[in-house]
Design a protein around this ligand. Structure first.
Ligand code: FES
Ligand code: MG
Length: 593
């Protein structure tokens, strides 16, 4: 067997396992066991790149399960292009299946995937992404290891329908809960309504965290142009899988790595795309985490500076009306990027997986349906990004401006003297169980002036940070026509929720953030113009409360239930810094050493 020269003059890292004459005895050992499922010696020593398929689909992860099927087409593309596919499992992350929260598993899957990519003979990898945290977990690992990597979205479910109306996954759950609480539907009706939103394989068909993160992966340049939004069951999705397989082999040949693609310019592009699509409030956490693992400066203030004033142009639930199939047919991410480009809002030179710039990929792409993707000149809403708030309760928290409803605006933001500010007394809940127990109890004392506070739900307190800040009002208030109260907290909220909560507060109560000092009955003032949220109590009283809390052993939260919960709590940072495993950040580009 004659050996071919490695492509592009660079020795493939897999050759250290399979073709290293200086280390003959170890090579023999590695070869022997990989040959036992039918691989030939010639294949393993051919100089062909070994391409990992990081498989996030499983029976435990229904959102990503279709990747088990798509992997066949990825393999076909890899083989066609001259690579050897090795498929392996990634720790499952199912947003709706993991207790107490899938928030714990992003970092666990990240840590696991770093070990696999670093420790096995893999020259490049296809990241099979989908459900909320699978996308950032995979991208973060690829960034740390820094071998050629391409992400491939599994795609959203088909549109959900109920009585002729689109029902969007997640979004309908929040609405159905209100209807159940108000007695408008019974339990079987509740289940039927919710099930209608999930008609096929794929991830949430709304602009939840999954569609957001896959759109942003594409906007970052990490997946093929036009691929993020293809619905899971469409034939185009199978074709995209094949093309992804072809592309990763070319990327290995060109030695095109995450560090070449994930530049600060690429992140700023993604921030702007996130505002334009009405993306999830989980996006800042994941993108800041990814930026830290690839060594790019990105702060929560960048979301305010570069994202806040971008208009909303994608009319998808929860900020709008349509769903995943409509988004794809209207042009998906390239149509959105093309609109932003026409207004000079995209760094067009940012490189993407296919070796072209994002400008070259998206220039001139037309909107195919202006009901779903609107021209930037005629957006759904102006200045629809995130407002970053600060004050004596936290150093930063995020509010999604695109989901402020007319009802909410009228009730809270229409004071003619002070149009973007309001204040009210708070009712404080210590975690979701406390909330569920007391929300409908008249003794809790909630009326239409109340601001609901959820605390103890950050990365340390919960742990993993729960998606619980969007709280429905008490049933009696909903029946009286109050559909939303202002909510604030140190947890997260589902991207499928249309609640204009103030969330991701950092630092969280569990590490001594100001929310820990808040008491039911305190008045809080929120000023969106100034970007402030403050409890109207003087510093001396706050100091007194802090000393009292510390003398009682600090803010209390539930004990860890598993080893990982304890390890994550000991090492995780706050959401404003990406909620990453802090000791992991110093390990960068480790495949190059
Ligand atoms: Fe998996 Fe929404 S629950 S994408
Ligand atoms: Mg979620």
């Amino acid at each position: 067997m004659t050996q071919e020269t490695p492509p592009a003059g660079k020795r493939l890292r897999s050759r250290a396992w399979f073709d290293d004459p200086a280390n003959a005895d170890m090579t023999a050992l590695y070869l022997e066991r990989y040959m036992n499922f039918g691989l030939a010696l010639e294949e393993l020593q051919s100089g062909k790149p070994i391409i990992g398929i990081a498989q996030t689909g499983s029976d435990l992860s229904p959102c990503n399960r279709h990747h088990l099927v798509l992997a066949e087409r990825i393999r076909a593309g890899i083989i066609e292009a001259g690579g050897i596919p090795f498929e392996f499992p990634v720790h499952p992350i199912q947003e709706t299946g993991k207790r107490p929260t899938a928030g714990l598993d992003r970092n666990l899957a990240y840590i696991g995937l770093v070990e696999v990519l670093f420790g096995y003979p893999i020259d490049g990898v296809v990241l099979t992404t989908g459900c909320d945290k699978t996308t950032p977990a995979c991208l973060m690992a690829a960034a740390t290891v820094n071998i050629p990597a391409i992400s491939m979205s599994v795609g959203p479910m088909l549109n959900g329908w109920h009585k002729g109306e689109r029902t969007g996954s997640g979004t309908i759950v929040w609405k159905a809960r209100e209807m159940l609480a108000a007695g408008e539907i019974d339990y079987p009706g509740f289940i039927k309504l919710v099930a209608s939103s999930a008609p096929s394989t794929g991830f949430c068909n709304t602009m939840g965290t999954a569609t957001t993160m896959n759109s942003l992966a594409e906007a970052l340049g990490m997946s093929l142009p036009g691929s993020a939004a293809i619905p899971a069951p469409y034939r185009d999705r199978q074709e995209s899988a094949y093309r992804t397989g072809l592309q990763i082999v070319e990327m290995v040949e060109a030695d095109r790595k995450p560090s070449d693609i994930l530049t600060r310019e690429a992140f700023l592009n993604a921030i702007r795309v996130n505002s334009a699509i009405g993306g999830s409030t989980n996006a800042p956490i994941h993108l800041i985490g990814l930026a830290r693992h690839v060594g790019v400066e990105l702060s929560i203030d960048d979301w305010q500076e570069f994202g806040r004033d971008i208009p909303l142009i994608v009319n998808l639930q929860p900020a709008g009306e349509y769903l995943g199939e409509d988004y794809y047919r209207a042009g998906g991410v390239p149509a959105v990027v093309s609109q932003l480009m026409q207004h000079g809002l995209i760094h067009e030179d940012a490189l993407t997986v296919n070796g072209r710039t994002i400008g070259d990929n998206c220039r001139g792409v037309q909107i195919e349906d202006e009901r779903v993707i609107l021209p930037l000149d005629h957006p759904m809403k102006q200045a629809a990004g995130f407002s970053v708030l600060r004050g004596n309760l936290f150093d930063s928290a995020v509010m999604k401006l695109s989901v402020i409803s007319d009802e909410f605006r009228k009730r809270y933001l229409s004071n003619p003297d002070d149009p973007n500010a309001f204040e009210g007394p708070v009712v404080v809940f210590d975690g979701p169980e406390d909330y569920h127990k007391r929300i409908d109890d008249p003794a809790t004392g909630i009326d239409d002036s109340t601001i609901l506070i959820m605390r103890g739900t950050g990365p340390v307190g919960f742990p993993g940070a729960a998606e619980v800040v969007n709280m429905r009002p008490p049933a009696e208030l909903i029946k009286a026509g109050v559909h939303a109260l202002p909510c604030m907290g140190d947890g997260r909220q589902s991207g499928t929720s249309g609640s204009p909560s103030i969330l991701n507060a950092s630092p969280e109560a569990a590490v001594g953030g100001g929310l820990a000092l808040l008491r039911t009955g305190d008045r809080v003032r929120i000023d969106l113009n100034r970007g402030e949220a403050n409890v109207l109590i003087d510093d001396a009283e706050l100091d007194r409360r802090r000393r009292e809390m510390e003398s009682q052993g600090g803010f209390s939260y539930p004990q860890s239930q598993t080893p990982w919960q304890e390890m994550q709590r000991a090492t995780v940072g706050q959401m404003a810094e990406g909620a990453v495993i802090e000791p992991a950040v110093k390990y960068q580009r480790i495949a190059q050493v």
